[in-house]
Design a protein around this ligand. Structure first.
Ligand code: 9MR
Length: 460
């Protein structure tokens, strides 16, 4: 609790908000899971890529609350830090590292050597093997040296393989040759001996030609004493396509004597998402997280952006999106609960709103034997409700026989109204309305004591 308070204080969350976030002030509202705490209890970290320019407000609050590792999405890339030769811009990278230290988070440095987002003076330069090797190792010495002791992992070399396992013909490969990767790792070790050094790539999550090429390279590095500590499996996945060999692949790298981390997890789908797609995404996030938890040398997971409002997917894949665990309004999606469940959380996956709810119950029409009622439920809390059940008890023998905008069931005097597919989500401050016809046996006393997903609501 002390640690959490410090985290929250560090981003300036008010005392009133602290009460709402940390506690369950109304009824028996479920406590939202905290991924970083759940992950720590399993011996791993849970991280997110961040954009330095967005590290304020709600975005920053969620990053500090939920994650214990952050990765700058772009700010440490060569093109960002040295756009023209010899002229450096460390502002974004510094901001991310400073933020992490203020919030008790580790930093994954991303990335020292990559074919993409290179400054054009490197990409389009005329190089000999020696001249480019020197420029590359100087760059590593400068950047990894600047952050020496402050970076947990470095992605030393990113995406060096083609899909068939051959080497990508990057400027480094074509100018320096196969040895550039080992050269880069040696330079990184010299620059920051305490940072764990990673080789990172995509489409290497399952066992395939590309991941086998990575495996073979790591094996040869271990045999030759080239300093490597781990491999990063990016995991930019498609809905419903978590590779069945993910855990076995993690295990085979672990067996080589290196750590494994998931570095850029996202799971994209066609948009707008349906409830069924969001449920599948939950299962997929849970499966990836479980595979990591199952292997001792799998040290952590980073999602590539935690909110759908800060994800690269819509810009790169036409018609796809919704790839992260939070929606565009920072509300947790089912995927978030899938992660939490894989980390051992056993709470309610459809908690009531933190901060409460308010019900307005109106009898609109009444006759001898029956009546029509309308129920409006307001989410007066600070967290979204995704899927809801409103429960109450009849005081004078009424029963429901036909409902609209909800499915209503009754057992004895206990009534449960469940959302329709189109009104499952209730954002903070919003309302949802449904109605029904009931039958009477005498009086028509209005019910009180409504609960929304177990949270007590006030009645108007
Ligand atoms: O998230 C990054 C996005 O903002 C950039 O536009 C993009 C440019 O290539 O790079 C994204 O991050 C990439 C990461 O550095 C390496 N693996 C693939 C990621 C998604 O493209």
């Amino acid at each position: 609790m002390k640690l959490q308070s410090l985290r929250r204080a560090a981003v300036g969350v008010s005392a009133a908000a602290l009460l709402l976030i940390g506690g369950a002030p109304s009824g028996h509202a479920a406590e939202a899971p905290v991924l970083r705490d759940l992950a720590a209890a399993k011996g791993i970290y849970y991280g997110t890529a961040v954009s330095a320019s967005k590290l304020n407000g709600t975005y920053a609050s969620v990053v500090t609350e939920q994650f214990d590792s952050i990765t700058p999405g772009n700010e440490m890339k060569w093109g960002s830090v040295e756009p023209t030769r010899g002229s450096y811009n460390w502002s974004g990278a510094d901001a991310v590292v400073d933020f992490a230290e203020a919030n008790d988070q580790k930093v994954r440095g991303h990335t020292l050597v990559w074919h993409s987002q290179l400054p054009s003076w490197v990409e389009n330069g005329t190089w000999t093997a020696d001249s480019l090797r020197t420029v590359m190792t100087d760059h590593i010495a400068t950047e990894a040296g600047r952050y020496k002791g402050r970076i947990d992992h470095w992605d030393v070399v990113n995406e060096p393989f083609n899909e068939d396992g051959t080497r990508r013909q990057s400027i480094f490969q074509t100018a320096i040759g196969d040895s550039y990767i080992a050269d880069a790792f040696r330079a990184a070790r010299a620059a920051d001996p305490d940072a764990k050094l990673y080789l990172n790539d995509y489409n290497v999550e399952g066992i395939n030609a590309k991941s086998t090429a990575m495996y073979d390279l790591v094996k040869s590095f271990k045999e030759q004493g080239v300093p490597i500590d781990g491999v990063g499996l990016q995991a930019h996945l498609i809905l419903g396509q978590v590779p069945s060999t993910l855990q076995a692949n993690i295990q085979r790298f672990a067996d080589l004597g290196v750590d494994v981390v998931i570095t850029e997890l996202d799971i994209r789908m066609t948009v707008p998402p349906t409830e069924a797609q969001l449920a599948q995404q939950k299962a997929d996030y849970k499966a990836v997280t479980s595979a990591c938890v199952a292997v001792a040398r799998c040290k952590g997971i980073t999602v590539w952006g935690f909110t759908d409002s800060d994800s690269w997917i819509p810009d790169f894949f036409d018609g796809y999106g919704a790839a992260t665990p939070y929606d565009e309004n920072y509300q947790p999606k089912p995927a978030y609960y899938g992660i939490a469940e894989a980390l051992g959380w056993t709470g309610d996956t459809t908690p009531g709103p933190t901060g409460g709810c308010a019900v307005t119950y109106t009898v609109q029409n009444q006759w001898d034997t029956g009546f029509t009622a309308q129920v409006t439920v307001k989410n007066s809390g600070t967290t979204a409700v995704n899927g809801w059940q409103l429960a109450w008890s009849w005081p004078s023998g009424q029963s429901v026989n036909q409902a609209w905008n909800a499915t209503v069931t009754q057992s004895g005097s206990a009534v449960t109204a469940t959302n329709a597919s189109y009104n499952a989500s209730v954002a903070p401050g919003s309302t949802v309305t449904f109605g029904f016809n009931g039958t009477l046996s005498g009086a028509n006393t209005a019910p009180t004591g409504f609960t929304l997903n177990g949270t007590d609501c006030t009645t108007a």
